[in-house]
Every structure is written in C-alpha cells, then in structure tokens.
Design a protein around this ligand. Structure first.
Ligand code: ACM
Length: 262
C-alpha cells in the first residue's frame, strides 16, 4: 500500500491559493492514502472566534469538494484539516474523503492554546475507516501528547494513524516513534512550514513531517522549512502483528483491570 503526505505553507485566509499550492505539490502523484496538514486551506492563527467562523464550512463545502477532486486525480483517499461548522458550533476537524464521497470527519479532541477560544472540543468518538486493505484512524496535531488517542485507535484496530498537524513544539516527531512502537501502528504526520504572526500570537511551524513505521523506524522525514511531498510503500500486515517477542504483545499484555484508580 502506498501512503504519503504533503508538507505545505498555507497563506492565512486564502483558500483558493492554498488549494493551488497542494495541487502543484501533488503533480501527477498516485497513491492509496495521502494526508495534508491541519487547517491546510485556512491557516492556523485566528484572531477571533468570528474570524474562525467566517472560514468554517460544512462537509459539503469547497474544501470537501477540493479534497474529492484531488482524490480523483491521485486515486488516493485524502485526509486533511478544515474548520468544520455543524449545528452552530465550529470544530478543528479533518475530513477523510474518496473521489466519490466524504467518508467522515474527525473533530480534534484535545485543543491547543487559543484554539480553546474558537473551537468546540471534539464531540465524536474515535473511529476507523477502511482504505484498501488498511484500517485508518485520524487524530490531529496536539492529540499526540495524549497517548490515549493513539492507543484507542490501535485498540479499535487501526493499522495507520493519519495525523494532520500544525506543530509548534519540537517534540512530536520523536513522540510519534514511541506512539507507533507502543501500539505497533503506522503513522503519517503531515505538518506545515512557515510562520504566522497574527494578533498577539506568533507561531513558527516545525515542518519535519514524518511517516513512522509500526516498529518505530522513520520511513520518511521532511525538511524543517521546505515544501515537500513523499510517498512510501508499506506492508500493512506488519501493523497487525502486535507481538514484540515470543512473550510480549503490546495490546494483549495490557493489565486493564489495574488501570483504574481504586
Ligand atoms: C497544534 O495542535 N496545532 C499545536
């Protein structure tokens, strides 16, 4: 199975320009699963809830349509971030689409910093989607620091975590090695580059998008400051073998009966 990511640098609020940037980076690439960064069409650093609302869309909006179009061109299922509007709330979400339909959205469970001022926290349970022979789960950026997110996706049977990101702390790429190892699962962290200075916030995004294998090997690592696309071939079956050795299995050896407070 061929999986990959795009590392882009959105210009705040310029959706059409940001779509074009993704299309140019994709060129004639073909794959089975491609992950784009968190909020790839809008940019990240909102200055008010009103501004975030003004860039929000439903699952029938122009971002969903754009993703379905690139799904058609690449032959891949596409995962990418957007501001989701639903029932008078907005969420920091990711769409997962095929060329013919929106398969679903994931709403970021763990909001970072001022995201808490604009977005409602995710209100849907984690789930997996069938993409070719793989089960794919989604988490967004800061979810990485809560190991429960990746663990639950693994328990749900995910083989691959699609992980759109706009990382600003330097630790995630290293942490994903552990997330993948402790769950025997693949992950595609699609980060952005560049900086945004808006209101009193100034973020430098860390690039270094990464594909991490289920044994903790880094299969792809992007530069910290360049646009990038990479696609790698993986064997999904390796994520189904949760044995570390003859005696240890990363899921079956859990002592869940001792994981609650007395
Ligand atoms: C982040 O969660 N975008 C830092």
């Amino acid at each position: 199975m061929k999986i990959g990511y795009i590392q882009s640098s959105p210009t705040f609020g310029k959706k059409a320009q940001n779509f074009k940037q993704i299309e140019n980076l994709l060129g004639k690439s073909k794959a089975d699963l491609i992950v784009l960064p968190e909020l790839f069409a809008t940019g990240y650093t909102f200055i008010s809830k009103k501004e975030a609302e003004s860039l929000a869309e439903t699952t029938k909006g122009e971002t969903a349509e754009f993703l379905m179009r690139i799904a058609e061109i690449t032959g891949a299922v596409i995962v990418g971030g957007f501001v989701e509007e639903d029932s008078n709330q907005i969420y920091n979400s990711s769409l997962i689409v095929s060329s013919s339909e929106v398969l679903g959205t994931y709403r970021k469970l763990h909001l970072y910093f001022k995201e808490k001022l604009w977005f409602s926290p995710g209100n849907k349970h984690l789930k997996t989607y069938q993409v070719k022979e793989a089960k794919v789960g989604i988490m967004i950026c800061f979810d990485w620091i809560f190991p429960e997110t990746a663990r639950l996706l693994a328990v749900l049977g995910a083989d691959i975590i699609a992980h759109p990101a706009n990382l600003v702390m330097p630790f995630c790429q290293k942490a994903m090695i552990i997330r993948c190892l402790e769950n025997s699962i693949y992950a595609i962290t699609a980060n952005r580059i560049g900086e945004e200075k808006r209101g009193d916030s100034h973020f430098h995004f860390t690039g270094r998008s990464q594909i991490t294998s289920c044994n903790g090997d880094v299969l792809s690592s992007a530069p910290k400051d360049k646009f990038y696309i990479d696609l790698v071939e993986i064997d999904v079956n390796q994520a189904r073998d949760k044995n570390l050795n003859k005696y240890n299995n990363v899921l079956k050896d859990r002592r869940t009966e001792f994981y609650s407070l007395e």
